[in-house]
Design a protein around this ligand. Structure first.
Ligand SMILES: [Zn+2]
Length: 111
């Protein structure tokens, strides 16, 4: 199983709202005029938590950093930050997209 290495989503052609999930109508304005959009994958940590006990397929990954990253495009997404210093990570730290992990979602790393 290959990880996807681009962060692909959609952008509304009407209101320019960005979305990451597969979407067929714009959640912001209801337009069906959606265009594919590849995000640059750069952003900052908007908020985060260090997960000490993982569940399911993430059980062996803990402790790990679960964060909401605000992309340069303004969209906020839930991700795991790999390779972060758990004792020194802070809100506002720059991060970049690493890969899309099947069953988990986007994985980011410190920029
Ligand atoms: Zn829209």
């Amino acid at each position: 199983m290959n990880d996807i290495i681009s962060l692909d989503g959609k952008q509304c052609g009407s209101c320019h709202f960005y979305m990451l999930e597969p979407s067929f109508i714009c959640p912001n304005c209801g337009s069906e005029d959606l265009k594919n959009h590849s995000f640059q994958g750069e952003g900052i940590i908007y908020t985060f938590t260090v997960v000490m006990i993982g569940f399911g397929h993430l059980a062996n990954r803990a402790p790990y950093v679960l964060a909401i990253v605000e992309l340069k495009e303004g969209l906020k997404i839930l991700t795991i930050i790999e390779g972060a210093d758990k004792d020194n990570i802070k809100i506002g730290d720059p991060v970049k997209f690493k890969h899309m992990e099947a069953g988990t979602g986007p994985i980011f790393q410190p920029a």
